[in-house]
Design a protein around this ligand. Structure first.
Ligand code: SF4
Length: 377
C-alpha cells in the first residue's frame, strides 16, 4: 500500500516560526491546481504496480482551495492511479477557512479526515505566532468540524515563550473537551531565517528552554495517555483506530509520491524532492518536465532513516529487520550503541525490537543520532 502527498503552497499570511514552502500571493492558484493535476498524470507510471491507500493534502494551507479545486485534483488521482475502496483522504485546514458552508461542502466531498491547525486556543499565543486565525475561530471551527467529521486531528504547539504549564494544560484540556480523537503536537523550534529567529536574535522573544519544553511534553503525554490516547509517535497521539494511516506508512518506510512544489517522494530506494519555487514548478510541469532532484539512498542512509523514524514510534526498531535489510554489522552496531541507553532506562529491548521508554521518547532524536552509522558505505 502506498500514499500520495499533495503540497498546496499557499498561505494567507506567514506564521513567524514557519520555514515550509508557501507563497502568500494566490495569483497562481489556478495554474498551480492545473500543474498538480498534470504532475499526477506525468508520474502515474511510478505507481503502476501500487495501490494507493492514503491521500494527504498538506502545505502551505490546503483549505485555501475551493472544494471544486480539491475535487479536480482528486479526479486526477482517480483517473491515473489504482486506489483502495476506502482510502484515508486528509485535508490540512486552518480555522479561519472553516466556515460552516465550507465544512458542509468538505464533508460532502471525498475528504474523510481533517487536520486542523489550531496551535493554541489563546489569543496572545496566536498573535505571537502571527497565525491567520483568532481564538474564537479556533473554537468555532472545532464545534463545526465535530458536527460533520468523525476523524479529526488538531495541531497544538508547546514550548512557546512565556507559556506556563498551567496555560499549556488549559490548551490540552480544551482540545479534549471537543472529543478530538487525534492530536499532533510539536515543540516550537526557532528555524533559521524565520521572523521568530530575528525576534530571538534581537532579544525581543526568548524561546522556552529544553527543560521547559520537556516538561510540556511530559504533561501532554500524561494527560493524553490518561484520556485514552496512545503516543504512537513522539508528536502524534491517537485514540485506537484513529492513528494517521498516512503518517504511519511514512514512518514504516512505505512508498509515497509527493506532488507539488517542495514535495518529497520515496520509492523504497530513491528519495526525490520537487523544486521549491511556485513559478518554476508550474513552468516546468507545463513543459512536461518533472522539476525534481533525486538521490539514491545507500544502505547507511536507509539504516539511519529507519533508526531515526523507528525510535520516535511505538513500533521501535526491529533488530532482525536491520540484520536482514542492512546486514549483521548494522545490527551489532545498533546493539552496541544502544547499550548505554538501555542502562539509563531510555531504551529497552522488547522481543528483539529496540523501543524508547516513556522518558526516552522525548529524547528519541538525540538517542537516534548516537545510533547512526557514519562511515560505512
Ligand atoms: S499556515 Fe502553516 S504553512 Fe502556512 S505559514 Fe503558517 S505554519 Fe507555515
Amino acid at each position: 500500500m502506498s500514499g500520495i502527498y499533495i503540497h498546496i503552497p499557499f498561505c494567507k499570511q506567514a506564521c513567524h516560526y514557519c520555514d515550509f514552502h508557501f507563497s502568500t500571493s494566490m495569483g497562481k492558484k489556478d495554474a498551480m491546481v492545473n500543474a498538480i493535476c498534470k504532475e499526477l498524470e506525468l508520474r502515474k507510471s511510478e505507481f503502476e504496480d501500487e495501490t494507493v491507500a492514503t491521500i494527504y493534502f498538506g502545505g502551505g494551507t490546503p483549505s485555501v482551495l475551493q472544494t471544486n479545486e480539491i475535487e479536480l485534483i482528486l479526479n486526477s488521482v482517480r483517473t491515473n492511479y489504482t486506489i483502495i475502496d476506502n482510502p484515508e483522504i486528509t485535508l490540512e485546514a486552518n480555522p479561519d477557512d472553516l466556515s460552516e458552508e465550507k465544512i458542509v461542502q468538505l464533508a460532502a466531498s471525498s475528504i474523510n479526515r481533517l487536520s486542523i491547525g489550531i496551535q493554541s486556543f489563546f489569543e496572545e499565543d496566536l498573535k505571537l505566532m502571527n497565525r491567520a486565525h483568532n481564538a474564537a475561530e479556533a473554537e468555532k471551527s472545532l464545534q463545526l468540524a465535530r458536527q460533520h467529521f468523525d476523524n479529526i486531528s488538531i495541531d497544538l504547539i508547546y514550548g512557546m515563550p512565556n507559556m506556563s504549564l498551567v496555560r499549556w494544560k488549559e490548551n490540552i484540556d480544551k482540545a479534549l473537551g471537543y472529543g478530538i480523537p487525534h492530536i499532533s503536537s510539536y515543540a516550537l523550534t526557532v528555524e533559521p531565517k524565520t521572523a521568530l529567529a530575528k525576534f530571538v536574535e534581537k532579544g525581543l522573544v526568548s524561546p522556552a528552554s529544553d527543560e521547559e519544553a520537556q516538561e510540556h511534553f511530559k504533561l501532554l503525554n500524561e494527560t493524553l495517555l490518561d484520556a485514552g490516547f496512545d503516543c504512537y509517535e513522539i508528536s502524534n497521539f491517537g485514540k485506537p483506530g484513529y492513528y494517521s494511516k498516512n503518517n504511519s506508512a511514512y514512518w514504516q518506510q512505505k512508498k509515497y509520491i509527493g506532488i507539488g512544489p517542495s514535495a518529497h517522494s520515496f520509492d523504497g530506494v530513491r528519495r526525490g524532492w520537487n523544486i521549491n519555487n511556485n513559478s518554476k514548478y508550474i513552468k516546468s510541469i507545463e513543459k512536461d518536465i518533472l522539476p525534481m532532484e533525486v538521490e539514491v539512498l545507500s544502505a547507511t542512509d536507509k539504516y539511519n532513516e529507519y533508526i531515526m523514524t523507528g525510535l520516535r514510534t511505538i513500533w521501535g526498531v526491529s533488530l532482525n529487520r536491520i540484520a536482514t535489510e542492512f546486514g549483521p554489522k548494522f545490527k551489532e552496531y545498533a546493539l552496541l550503541q544502544a547499550d548505554k541507553f538501555i542502562e539509563e532506562h531510555l531504551l529497552y529491548l522488547d522481543d528483539e525490537t529496540l523501543k524508547t521508554t516513556k522518558k526516552g521518547m522525548f529524547l528519541a532524536d538525540g538517542i537516534a543520532a548516537d545510533l547512526f552509522m557514519v562511515n560505512l558505505r
